[in-house]
Design a protein around this ligand. Structure first.
Ligand SMILES: *[C@@H]1O[C@H](CO)[C@@H](O)[C@H](O)[C@H]1NC(C)=O
Ligand SMILES: *[C@@H]1O[C@H](CO)[C@@H](O)[C@H](O)[C@H]1NC(C)=O
Ligand SMILES: *[C@@H]1O[C@H](CO)[C@@H](O)[C@H](O)[C@H]1NC(C)=O
Ligand SMILES: *[C@@H]1O[C@H](CO)[C@@H](O)[C@H](O)[C@H]1NC(C)=O
Ligand SMILES: *[C@@H]1O[C@H](CO)[C@@H](O)[C@H](O)[C@H]1NC(C)=O
Ligand SMILES: *[C@@H]1O[C@H](CO)[C@@H](O)[C@H](O)[C@H]1NC(C)=O
Ligand SMILES: *[C@@H]1O[C@H](CO)[C@@H](O)[C@H](O)[C@H]1NC(C)=O
Ligand SMILES: *[C@@H]1O[C@H](CO)[C@@H](O)[C@H](O)[C@H]1NC(C)=O
Ligand SMILES: *[C@@H]1O[C@H](CO)[C@@H](O)[C@H](O)[C@H]1NC(C)=O
Length: 888
């Protein structure tokens, strides 16, 4: 057996790589994505320089927009010229199929190239699955950068996520995944993040596929203290690291033949742990009386003497990682006394260890929830990447058991209520074996209730109410310890003897059903009560988790229990009289009636709006709209609990929101506190989320038509809830209930374009929202005849000319705001209030912008966090050299 000279390293350093020949495998298993390339456009294609087959990324990600570099066109290889960027959401993920347990080279390219013409280089984080991988800072790497890691996926899907960390928009140019050979680049723990991969050639070139069968990218590097040596010899079999032939062809030796060959760099972090792979081969014809022998000195450890093998690359490495003392790293090749020739080096790879401590969610759960997502075509921006972790990116309406990082989290809670879903209950649900709570209510589920639900042992609560299920309830679902809510499924057979589906002529039902409604209510209350007693903590979890990332520090209370929802119903007039204690306490006066305080079931506070009889355009339409509204649920919308429609008596019963409206809190009227800028931004964001939900989360979409500060209610935690939406089609809204014109809305907030054209779109709400924002910023009246600039938009527009934000901001804020966030909010408000509806942003865009404002304001409050280390600039010495494969 032939053993390379540095076998002795085993004794000294405990390291040894086994030497084999590995056969090249073409591009098998390669994933090469040209991000931002439209799938219709010549995809896949063979990149001419490398022969690599690139394809569009469209099938691997559900979000993002596409762009194209503008600066230096033709500078980069074609795959790096288009890009995908992510203006929406905080985490956007690619989902790729890989071979679990196999080492992969994962490489991502990021080239800004001024694709948006704004000249703002972004900075953001890159995650692998639930774990942070690296930060991409294109403000330092202005010409672009790449991230590369040798990683062993723990499941068959690899998720690569771009995470927004500031206000800039993440982007990606290309993704390249290469399966690696077995037995190479082994670490004690963690994955190998590429720091540098160089071959010593005095030119500006690079080597990659097809020369390198794994498509590692070797960049040329040379120092003036060195002398270049080269060969045209082909070389023979090489080791399992399979260095490409081009690496064998050239080497460097120190020009001063007695000096060592030294490579130095600074560690950006003193605790970085390094793995080095040193590649060398003798490529000169030696005289019989001459010898080349040297020691490798690294981290204070000297290797045994090494004599490079002739035309055959050996790879030297250590099995354990090392750190650089004081952050100064130095690799030295020193000739021994015996040696007549200076040391020689062909190539070097430097990696740092990146740990990935957080386990991914159990793969069975992930596959199941992906199948559910696909079956119901759920396309939420938060439903990307790992469902459970990291916690701040947990999928909306999901909860997980999350004991410790090393245990894969399991999905315990799934809430698909009010999601407009049609179809049968998906079989994939049964694979969520740790699921405790399942809420499918308020959808259009059809078909039978599957028996597997009863066999899911962890399940303690199922809500399938208000769907269109049929058949009978399987026996298995009647087991002890499982609470089932199934009301509102007219075709569902509750007992053995089933009646044909009931027709629903409303006036008959109202008389006949008072008794049965009461029975149902009692049953529901008992269930709720029992359930509460048994599982106090999980009842709170019935409220879906907030749809917004906690990264912006918006917190929600879980206090309001779903009982108020599950008992929603029709009330008789006498119940309404009782509930309001004979209309004793007036809490407000809305657009179409007086609002009274009421109490439901003796403890639940409600607001009862008694509609003035002239306001309705017919009972049938009233009923249709109420049915629709009862299905709308969002944390930032005031929920409709029930209604009364008895003869002339029409009333709506709403969730009670105790803390007044936003107008009061801006003016300090009614003894209300004046809220600070941070809270204002949060309230604006929450109101925007409610509105966005009406526009894009509801089926059919709803236009509020009367967005104004008095319609934004606040609870004890100052959480905002939009009131008075949805009735607009049968009621004239606003304070102008006597006006019979078709145009509805409140003066000042009313979209001028809508007023002119009578064409109502979501953008009319955006306009009103812009006015609300201006009011929150300035605390000026929307219309003030005493001002020369009567309307608030005119006033702000005029004041803006001064360029001084403090003359615009509400003086009650006493200057306590981040002026960048104030400017941003002001710009946003003005763009919302643009006279032309096509120039106004969508509410989704408004949400994104407000989140950015909030982040900016919150960072002002966290100034103590200190400044980031910028020391990574030094590092670029090695890695940035000719790093970009040029097209030319
Ligand atoms: C970016 O590229 C330009 C032109 O090629 C070059 O002048 C500049 O030094 C580069 N900047 C960095 C940070 O590499
Ligand atoms: C790698 O080696 C391990 C055992 O050494 C083996 O189980 C596995 O199948 C190998 N994988 C590949 C891709 O060859
Ligand atoms: C060559 O290197 C040796 C050892 O590092 C040093 O002592 C000597 O001065 C160097 N010679 C020149 C000409 O730089
Ligand atoms: C080695 O041998 C050659 C001739 O064969 C001679 O010219 C050279 O000086 C020798 N070198 C050493 C270091 O002895
Ligand atoms: C090499 O030289 C060093 C110092 O010059 C000396 O300590 C060492 O013993 C020498 N080694 C051999 C093998 O001659
Ligand atoms: C994931 O869950 C399934 C089903 O309960 C179980 O069989 C499997 O062992 C779990 N996997 C891991 C990695 O815990
Ligand atoms: C449910 O389905 C019915 C009939 O297909 C349809 O009229 C109704 O609008 C649907 N409701 C929802 C919320 O999708
Ligand atoms: C449940 O998971 C198993 C593998 O874990 C899979 O074979 C099966 O098809 C899944 N069932 C459903 C209904 O998705
Ligand atoms: C999720 O579950 C944990 C316990 O497993 C609980 O502490 C937490 O409040 C839940 N979160 C939500 C939003 O329901």
């Amino acid at each position: 057996m032939e053993s390379p000279p540095w076998v002795l390293m085993v004794v000294l350093l405990g390291t040894l790589g086994v030497i084999h020949l590995v056969q090249a495998q073409g591009q098998q298993g390669f994933i090469s994505l040209d991000c931002g390339l439209p799938a219709t456009e010549r995809s896949p294609y063979d990149e001419p320089k490398t022969g690599l087959r690139f394809s569009s990324d469209e099938n691997f990600i559900q979000s993002g927009k596409t762009g194209q570099v503008r600066a230096n066109p033709g500078e980069y290889l074609k795959p790096y010229e288009t890009l995908r960027y992510f203006p929406d959401g905080f985490r956007n993920c690619y989902n790729l199929n890989v071979e679990k347990g196999r080492k992969h080279l994962v490489r991502a390219w990021f080239i800004y190239g001024n694709y948006d013409g704004l000249g703002i280089n972004p900075k953001f984080d890159l995650y692998l699955g639930p774990n942070p991988w690296t930060t991409i800072d294109l403000q330092i790497r202005v010409n672009g950068t790449r991230a590369e890691i040798l990683h062993i996926p723990t499941s068959n899907s690899l998720q690569i996520c771009l995470v927004k960390t500031g206000t800039t928009t993440p982007l990606i140019s290309s993704l390249e995944i290469r399966p690696m050979g077995n037995g190479t680049y082994i670490t004690k723990s963690g994955s190998l993040n590429l720091f540098a991969r160089i071959y010593l050639k005095d030119s500006d070139t690079y080597i990659r596929y097809p020369s390198d069968i794994y498509d590692r990218l070797w960049t040329s590097y040379f120092m003036k203290e060195w002398t270049q040596i080269s060969t045209t010899h082909e070389g023979s079999s090489s080791n399992i690291y399979v260095p490409p032939k081009g690496v064998l062809a050239t080497a460097a030796t120190p020009t001063n033949s007695t000096a060592p060959l030294t490579i130095e760099w600074s560690s950006s972090n003193v605790n970085d742990q390094y793995y080095l792979y040193v590649h060398f081969a003798e490529i000169q014809e030696l005289q019989t009386n001459s010898t080349r022998e040297f020691n490798v000195v690294w981290d204070g450890e000297t290797s045994d003497p090494i004599v490079p093998a002739k035309y055959k690359i050996d790879t030297l490495f250590r099995r354990l990682p090392s750190t650089c003392k004081g952050g100064e790293c130095s690799l030295e090749l020193r000739r021994t006394n015996r040696s007549t020739l200076p040391p020689l080096l062909n190539a070097l790879e430097i990696y740092t260890v990146t740990e990935f401590p957080q386990s991914e969610t159990n793969e069975t759960d992930v596959v199941a929830v992906q199948n559910i997502k696909a079956a119901y075509r759920i396309s939420k921006i938060s439903w990307q990447g790992d469902p459970c972790v990291p916690q701040q990116f947990m999928w909306d309406r999901l909860n997980c058991s999350n004991t410790d990082m090393s245990t894969p989290p399991r999905i315990t809670y799934l809430n698909l209520s009010s999601s407009g879903i049609t179809g049968t209950i998906a079989a994939a649900i049964q694979n969520l074996t740790q699921l405790e709570i399942l809420d499918l209510s308020n959808n259009n589920f059809t078909g039978e209730v599957p028996a597997f639900l009863g066999n899911m042992e962890s399940l303690v609560f199922i809500n399938i109410s208000w769907n269109d299920l049929n058949g009978s309830i399987p026996q298995a679902l009647r087991r002890k310890g499982l609470d089932l809510f199934n009301q509102g499924n007219p075709r569902l057979c509750l007992s053995g003897s089933c009646l044909p589906p009931k027709p629903k002529p409303f006036p008959v039902v109202i008389v006949a059903s008072v008794a049965s409604v009461a029975i149902i209510i009692i049953a529901v209350l008992i269930l709720v009560f029992v359930f509460r007693k048994k599982k106090p903590s999980t009842v709170g979890a019935l409220q879906g988790p907030p749809s917004i990332s906690p990264a912006v520090n918006v917190t929600y209370d879980n206090s309001s229990v779903s009982s108020i929802q599950s008992s929603k119903r029709r009330f008789t007039y006498s119940e309404v009289t009782n509930m309001t204690n004979n209309f004793q306490r007036v809490v407000g006066e809305g657009g179409f009636g007086i609002v009274y305080h009421g109490t439901l079931n003796g403890y639940e506070q409600v607001a009862v709006k008694v509609l003035s009889q002239s306001s309705t355009q017919g009972y049938k339409q009233f009923k249709a709209e109420v049915d629709l509204l009862m299905r709308v649920h969002h944390a930032n919308l005031v929920s409709l609990v029930g209604y009364c429609g008895e003869g002339n008596h029409l009333a709506l019963i709403y969730e009670f929101v105790p803390n007044g409206d936003l107008r009061q809190h801006l003016s300090g009227k009614g003894g209300r506190s004046i809220i600070n800028w941070g809270i204002r931004l949060r309230i604006a964001l929450e109101a925007a989320l409610g509105l966005e939900y009406l526009h894009s989360g509801c089926i059919p979409a709803m236009i509020h038509r009367d967005v104004k500060t008095t319609n934004i209610l606040l609870d004890e935690q100052f959480k905002a809830k939009l009131a008075d939406f949805g009735l607009s089609r049968s009621f004239p809204v606003g304070g102008e209930s006597h006006v019979s014109t078709m145009i509805a809305g409140t003066p000042g907030y009313l979209d001028p374009e809508y007023y002119r054209t009578s064409r109502l779109t979501e953008k009319s709400d955006v306009y009103s929202f812009g006015i609300v924002l201006l009011e929150m910023i300035t605390n000026e009246p929307v219309i003030d005849q005493a001002r020369t600039k009567t309307h608030i938009t005119q006033w702000v527009g005029f004041e803006l000319n001064s360029g001084d934000i403090s003359s615009i901001m509400d003086p009650n804020l006493h200057g306590e705001y981040d002026s960048r966030s104030a400017w941003r909010a002001l710009e946003l408000a003005m763009s919302c209030a643009n006279p032309s509806s096509t120039r106004r942003p969508s509410m989704s865009r408004v949400v994104v912008k407000l989140k950015e404002c909030l982040v900016s304001e919150n960072s002002r409050r966290n100034i103590s966090r200190g400044t980031d280390s910028q020391s990574s600039g030094e590092v670029s010495m090695v890695i940035d050299t000719g790093m970009f494969p040029k097209a030319r």
